[in-house]
Design a protein around this ligand. Structure first.
Ligand code: PMP
Length: 426
């Protein structure tokens, strides 16, 4: 038995499935998950000391690379002063100021401890603000695991949702309508029918949970327009895209202003942090300023705020996203050239520091249906080949990949060398 296999069997004795979040279990690719001991820069090191070039980055937060010295120093300094007070601290205000400065659609922001909490709270706020119950989401987008959002489409495009997990009450799911991502027509059709009953539309402005799918031209514009026309709240779930695709999030890249934005991942620099914010008018409905209840014992935690603020300080430096985008482009183009040379049907997507790899004969992957048609078996073999060579890709064909500022020429060239072997072996 390898050390990872031993650790995994020990874990399975005491943790459901051996993991604290399902995708970590390698259930999407088969085999035993790598157990991580430590990480530095672009690399993670497993329990046996083997190094991997990391393109997961804790599923997005580690945009600076792992254990950035400024972030670690900020965390240490904060921890020395105590771990949690449950009373206001100055750094919460400094963090809010920074978020408001970087994301212009946000006038007021509330901190929480995960992306799930951010989206769950934003949905409640949108419902409270509009006094409406129905919400709209898109198939293939993930917004955390709260009841209203663990819902898939019912039969037929415009029917009400059904739970996508046991434990989600049908009565809750009925209020969630699931449409097709990048399909503007179905959005316009739905709003024409029942727009005045819809509290909000929640969307990943670049989808990153069905692999990586950028918005089709006009899609986000349509969402903005129908929400304006019918008095619904437009929520951009930027838990993944925030401070990942650009300094001002996907809303900066595409020039669309949502009413509410949810954030997570990068904003905590690797600590458990989420946030939601938006116009003063809507945000002031929140307790204690207004009647919509939302709270958290560890919200605005001093150590988490220190890690997040130190991270935001680094990404705001001039040229950060130009550099990150150029590296991601180089990675995607390099892998494409190697796949072409090996005669493997393959394409890529990318926005800023996130990317998607697709084993498909299609030129471009633009929809959930396109993703579902990709060759999963090839992906699994490529994943395991790269893992053996020391490259850690997301262990699922339905997740985006991430490049960090710590990935340099050396890591990209090493990735290409290893990928050349793996494409040939397919
Ligand atoms: N929204 C999006 C877009 C996400 O990608 C995720 C997590 N992958 C979440 C919400 C939920 O965040 P968390 O896992 O921190 O609860």
């Amino acid at each position: 038995m390898t050390e990872a296999a031993t650790l995994f069997s020990e874990a399975r004795r005491v943790i459901p499935g051996g993991v604290n979040s399902p995708v970590r279990s390698f259930s999407g690719v088969g085999g035993t998950p790598v157990f991580i001991d430590r990480a530095q820069g672009a690399y993670i090191y497993d329990s046996e000391g083997k190094a991997y070039i990391d393109y997961v980055g804790s599923w997005g937060p580690m945009v600076l690379g792992h254990a950035h010295p400024n972030v670690i120093a900020a965390v240490k300094a904060a921890a020395e002063k105590g771990l949690s007070f449950g009373a206001p601290i100055e750094i919460e205000t400094r963090m809010a100021e920074k978020v408001i400065e970087l994301v212009p659609s946000i006038e007021l922001v509330r901190m929480v401890s995960s992306g799930t909490e951010a989206t769950m709270s934003a949905i409640r706020l949108a419902r409270g603000y509009t006094s409406r119950d129905r919400i709209v989401k898109f198939e293939g987008c993930y917004h955390g695991h709260s009841d209203s959002l663990l819902v898939k489409a019912g039969s037929g495009a415009l029917t009400f949702g059904v739970p996508s997990s046991p434990g989600v009450p049908a009565a809750v799911a009925e209020n969630t309508i699931t449409l097709t991502y990048n399909d503007s027509e179905s959005v316009a059709e739905l709003f024409a029918q029942i727009g005045e009953r819809i509290a909000c539309v929640i969307v990943e402005p670049v989808a990153g949970n069905m692999n990586c799918i950028p918005p089709a031209p006009g899609f986000l514009e349509t969402l903005r327009k129908v929400c304006d026309d019918y008095g619904s709240v437009l929520i951009f779930d930027e838990v993944m895209t925030g401070f990942r695709v650009g300094l001002h999030g996907a809303q900066g890249v595409y020039g669309i202003k949502p009413d509410l934005t949810t954030l997570g991942k990068v904003i905590g620099g690797g600590m458990p942090v989420g946030a939601f914010g938006g116009s003063r008018e809507i945000m002031e409905c929140l307790a204690p300023a207004g009647p919509v209840y939302q709270a958290g014992t560890l919200s605005g935690n001093p150590v988490a705020m220190a890690a997040g603020l130190a991270t935001l300080g680094q990404i705001a430096k001039p040229g950060f996203y130009e550099d990150l985008g150029a590296k991601t482009e180089k990675l995607a183009n390099g892998l494409q050239a190697l796949a072409d040379r090996a005669g493997i049907a393959f394409t890529t997507n990318r926005v800023g520091g996130m990317f998607g790899l697709f084993f498909t004969a299609k030129d471009k992957v633009t929809s959930f249906a396109d993703v579902m048609q990709c060759d999963q078996d090839r992906f699994k073999r490529f994943f395991h080949g790269m893992l053996a060579e020391g490259v850690y890709l997301a262990p699922s064909a339905f997740e985006a990949g991430f490049v960090s500022a710590a990935h340099g020429e050396r890591e990209l060239n090493a990735t290409f060398e290893k990928a050349a072997h793996c494409f040939k072996a397919l």
